[in-house]
Design a protein around this ligand. Sequence first.
Ligand SMILES: Nc1ncnc2c1ncn2[C@@H]1O[C@H](COP(=O)(O)OP(=O)(O)OP(=O)(O)O)[C@@H](O)[C@H]1O
Length: 271
Amino acid sequence: MLQNRTGDACHQDIISLEGVTFSYQQQRVITGLDFSVKERDFVGLIGSNGAGKTTLLRMIVGLLKPESGVIRLFGEPVSRFRAWERIGYVPQKNSFNPLFPATVREVVLSGLYGRNKMFRSIGKADQIKCEDALHAMNIEDLAGKRIGQLSGGQQQRVFLARALINNPSLLILDEPTVGIDTETQEGFFHMIKHMHQHHNITFLMVSHDMDMIRSYLGERPVAESGKLKFYKKHSHELQDCVENDLTHSLRGLRQQMESRKEVVAVVGDIG
Ligand SMILES: Nc1ncnc2c1ncn2[C@@H]1O[C@H](COP(=O)(O)OP(=O)(O)OP(=O)(O)O)[C@@H](O)[C@H]1O
């Protein structure tokens, strides 16, 4: 079994769900769900409107509590999990009131604060992480603008930069390309596939894009529960589990693509 720097076995469960059931008032949404996402998996979650996809992601990131069953993150029950900086989460439909006063830079930096740490001070190292994340998403030129004044697609890039700022091990994305044009969607999918294949990053992504799911994760779901379908691909490319500096590497990818004049299709113009 491969080992990472900290000596943990690779292919460990990053997310595990055991007998997870959830209801809103009288409406049962998820029943007895068992599933696991292992290190370096890319899991695509598909389901019709109202199937419970967002509800499941919100339980995984601790925003909703299951009625019964256990959810673990990196082996810890969610209720005891504290290492939220290891997880980048981009919720569905992030849209800001145009009057909201935060700048793009402030929104990206807020990804560093973590839960219950709203007012930590920002040091030089944090500023560099922020610049790297802005650069990776090709939004340096938007850094001083108010988030509420951006288009939906530009805002989505900001939220992705916010999710990337901590160099996360796990990215949880809830329909990340909604409202983004087709060409830019292709660039985005290219980028996250690169992150999956060349970095030690695990993905759980809700998407209605069956073409992307089938072409990358295969024709058949690996598990089904109610109306939820899980597709999965495991990345075998890395020969060891050493940590990768994601933003550094994304910068490299971007420079490489810039030199091939394909940057717009890869990491640029998600908005
Ligand atoms: N806060 C809430 N209170 C009550 N019911 C809710 C709440 N949020 C969602 N629901 C209901 O739970 C069900 C699952 O909703 P959820 O948002 O998880 O679905 P989804 O699979 O993400 O759908 P979509 O593809 O439309 O985003 C739906 O029937 C929805 O109406």
